[in-house]
Design a protein around this ligand. Sequence first.
Ligand code: SF4
Length: 495
Amino acid sequence: ADEATLDPWGSSTIADYRKLFEQFGIEEFDEVLPEVPNPHYLMRRGVIFGHRDYRPVADAMRNDDPFAALSGFMPTGDPHIGHKLVFDEIIWHQQQGGDAYALIADLEAHSARGLSWDEIDEHATNYLLSLLALGFDPDEGTLYRQSDNREVQDLAFELGAEANFSELQAIYDFDGETDISHMQSVVTQMADILYPQLDEPKPTVIPVGPDQDPHMRLARDLAARMRYFGVTEAFASFEADGVERTLLRQAYDAREEYAEDADRPRCGEAADWLRDHQPAPADARESVVAKLDEAGKEPLRPRIRFLDRNATDAAFEALIEAVDGEKRVYDEHIDTFDLDHAEAEELARQVELDNGGYGFQPPSSIYHRFMTGLTGGKMSSSIPASHISLLDDPEDGYDKVKSATTGGRSTAEEQRKKGGKADECPVYELYAYLLSGDDDEFAKEVYDECVGGERLCGGCKEQAAELMEQFLEEHQEKRAEWEDRLEELDIDLDS
Ligand code: SF4
């Protein structure tokens, strides 16, 4: 298929990351990298290859402003070296001053993967131990289980009121057979993503694999829908020293006038207007987004969500005009008060908070590459030889690396002449993703020696295998230390 598919519960491999940039609007991480202070080695080496709106997080990091990072772990098996990437990302954000959250997605594991609660309890403990052993600070960070967190459950309920079945169907390919618990686990996950902002809105990053992007798109949509004040309303009701309230009022009135004069719906009312006017086809949402897109308009979510049921050509036009009208007023305000977009957004958020709203910022995400399996193909929890579990006996870890597929040539002679194919080599990935740690020089040396033909696979694998054995030994010692301390932590591991 030439379309990249993203299925958070499937086993699809993303063959071509580039397609993600084009199809889903994920941006290249390199573009924001210079703005990140002390970037993590996974960022520097392009393992973290994409992002959605990471800039506010980078800004907060540079300015010592509050920000958060959150990740959920579905306890469906033992944590392996692929999961370590996410552990590292959360821990790194915590070390950069962020509020770090790690949660056990037990409801999702139970409803989407059908695991029993006993299995979940066992795996949950294993995930936590590895996270702690790798450096997560539980005193500074937050650990919780989805099913135990009442605030998350309440927020999930609120968010659920903003999403409907046809939408989940479109995003996740749900059908009439999909059980309700699975849908419930989706809104729970949305609540997890927004949970760090419950007390105070702040930039929040969710490190994920690209297959999790559908969750991010929905979470960003829902965050926007929970806002019932537009930026223009915020301008109008904003009172502060040095800001002329009359001017604001005038601008607000202008916007009202614009809507009334031309008998055009205000954006917030567009949906009602559409509903009153004509019924429409079920797939209208898609067309509206496309139409707005064509017209170069931002498809403002709160307005289009109603269009699942309501759309005609006339309605499209009205909607586009309404968006236009709001944009005009918005631009005028921005000029008048010499604000940039972020400041205007902040203003809107403040007004919303003052009025009892959440003021959520759309959550950001970063995307990492999947590790290739040691046997080639995808690294999979269900194929033991394809991955190294963080619980593997260190000697088994050594053996697995020794038997891994490589990007080497068929003979040593050919390898010396043409060089190895490090870019296609799972062993090189081990060096780049894990074994070199923060040492870029070492990773580069392995790469250069490989492609330059100075490095042969036998010795290269031996070195990697020894490093892996050492890593597992150290990791498991730290796990054992945490095992004794688990009870001190304020997290209930039993369901
Ligand atoms: Fe892979 Fe090392 Fe062989 Fe290069 S020399 S192909 S990095 S195993």
